[in-house]
Design a protein around this ligand. Structure first.
Ligand SMILES: O=C(O)CCC(=O)C(=O)O
Length: 268
């Protein structure tokens, strides 16, 4: 069987909500891991295994990680899924400790947001790989499965969350997993120092709903994390014109996101 074409890859992603790209970043993985490791001491953080250590923004801390946005194969995959003018929306870097219960990352009306995740250790079904419920990102999936119902699986169905039917995306360092923000996902059985980071990406906002979602994204995902600018210096300094294309729309709506955040907090 031949490799899926880009159109087939996009059709799969739209139907099931995820893609696994085995070995896409294998040649660069040693550098990626050392850049990942460098961020934590750079910010004075040491993971002690008792709880998740999370850094937002993450990729923006190191030029070597920012360069992922320019990676030809990764860039081509994202362009195929979101269009050549996609937006880079930010990132998080983690040492996870333990499991993640079933959840979605965001539920937007425009369905414009996806995530590229890199697990930096070998992870299997029972040692903390990402598990997904295929198709749960669609409008029908949203109506059918509520994340709080899945988290209540023992009462609902007499099953532990880890025993719900799902696709495990077992992963080796250098693999890239891409999934829709609306897709239900979780992980079980991970150890106390599971290394992974993600990049959030979005379709360029054109319609009123997409622009509204972009402003809300800025409010929740950026201002919420205490960020005062959309991107870090390492991301914008020396960015090529091609990279800048993916960094241009979020700043245009930044003031609107800040205003939305202030209004929201004033009404809480
Ligand atoms: O690996 C995990 O435990 C979960 C990852 C996750 O929820 C995410 O990146 O959105």
């Amino acid at each position: 069987m031949s490799k899926p074409t880009p159109a087939q890859q996009r059709a799969f992603f739209e139907s099931f909500g995820f893609l696994k790209l085995p070995g896409l970043l294998k040649p660069e993985i040693a550098t990626i891991i050392s850049e990942f490791e460098a961020v934590f001491p750079q910010l004075g953080l040491k993971h002690d295994g008792t709880k998740r250590t999370m850094i937002v923004p993450f990729v923006d801390q190191r030029p070597g990680l920012c360069a992922l946005l320019d990676h030809p194969a990764l860039n081509a995959t994202i362009c195929n899924l979101l269009g050549d003018d996609f937006n880079y929306m930010g990132s998080d870097g983690n040492y996870y400790s333990g499991e993640s219960t079933w959840h979605r990352d965001s539920v937007t009306g425009s369905n414009s947001y996806i995530k590229a995740a890199l697990y930096l250790d070998s992870v299997t079904k029972d040692t903390g790989c990402l598990r997904v419920i295929p198709g749960s990102h669609t409008d029908l999936g949203l109506r059918t499965w509520k994340d709080e119902t899945l988290r209540d699986s023992e009462n609902q169905w007499g099953l532990h969350q880890r025993d719900l039917p799902a696709q495990p995306l077992e992963s080796e360092p250098g693999d890239v997993l891409i999934f829709n923000h609306r897709l239900l996902h979780a992980s079980f059985g991970g150890g106390k120092a599971r290394r992974m980071f993600t990049m959030n990406l979005g379709r360029r906002a054109k319609t009123a709903t997409e622009i509204d979602d972009l402003i809300a994204y800025g409010d929740h995902h950026f201002y919420h994390y205490g960020l005062r600018t959309p991107y870090g210096k390492a991301m914008t300094d020396q960015a090529s014109p091609e990279r800048m294309r993916h960094l241009s729309q979020l700043p245009q709506f930044w003031d609107a996101s800040v205003a939305r955040n202030k209004a929201r907090l004033a009404n809480v």
